[in-house]
Design a protein around this ligand. Sequence first.
Ligand code: PLP
Length: 392
Amino acid sequence: MNTKEKDLQYIMHTYGRYDVALKSGKGAVAFDEDGKRYIDVSSGIGVNSLGYCDDGWVKAVSAQAATLQHMSNYFYSSQASDLAEQLCQLTGLSKVCFGNSGAEANECAIKIARKYSFDKYGAGRDVILTLKNSFHGRTVTTLSATGQEVFHNYFFPFTQGFKHVEPNDIDDVKNHIDEKTCAIMLEVIQGEGGVNILDKEYVQSIAKICEMQDILLIIDEVQTGVGRTGKLFAHEHYGVKPDLMTVAKGIGGGLPIGICLCGEKLKDVMSPSTHGTTFGANPVVCAGANYVLSVVANEAFLNSVEEKGAYLEEKLRALDEVKNVRRLGLMIGIEIDGDAHDIAAQCVQNGLLIITAKNLLRMLPPLTITKEELDEAVKILEKTLKSASKNI
Ligand SMILES: *Cc1c(COP(=O)(O)O)cnc(C)c1O
């Protein structure tokens, strides 16, 4: 059996895959098992922030794998404490908790929010407002948090205590806040929901309400974080500070990690045995994350992300078939006529690894992609859109 046949036989069918088996890659270029070359503007959904097999990242990860690959959380680890220190110093937040995925990081934030409220106000103040069209993960609780009805299916009963409000409608937030509300959770740019960039005024109003009523502001930066939008974290565009922030995808540079950070008033909420996970703070993963931060967390690099994003946006807008572009940094949603999934599949056949969000084409290129590679990506997209529009 070849790779595809084995996959179909032995792996549960929870993904609609493209018809490609990837084998290797370097930077923004990937190769499949037949040696065919692809430009990658998806980064494994914003994960490979430095592209495939960045030299420095490979070195950092390999060196740690050859030194000490894992220890339990009952021991101190310099890779983890260095990463935590870096993140706190860069964000002004106070403490971190390590896990392995975005969903887990959000679970952690939800637990901290509820425990803070329980400790201070007693039982019952446990409701978290989230936004319609949001995406917060695939565990039973983060599905509950996710404000899209399509996700609230089959797996009943879901975790209670989430209410979904209309994005960019501050009155809807106010109408849903009562004595039971303990937190508001949001992505400042809804990634899976279609690259919806929230209004600045709206996010600032929420932050103000949260501060006045001791409601915790949880910002999910799983997709938007670590340079993706041209700032280290996307909430910096909004001039707000979260009480809890979750980070995953891009921080690991390709290894599984999820981090929940909290501000000063929450730093002692969690105590031994209130939370944990076997692989959390794994030193190999943290070594990779430390390396990613050492590259991304500086002005020049972050400016280059926005500059390349603006360059790409201009090229995309020049295409007749592109109706609109939603973008911040290198987080890009492309509105087109026709079925985005079909177009994306044709792009892949034509040598461009691209993803979708709702009915948009979505690009999350490696932050290190070059302008020449962006040119090549746009060329393949243009060719694909043109031949697709001919077929309508
Ligand atoms: C991908 C994503 C998640 C879930 O992360 P996993 O690592 O897949 O669990 C949560 N929130 C946002 C905003 C995401 O984009």
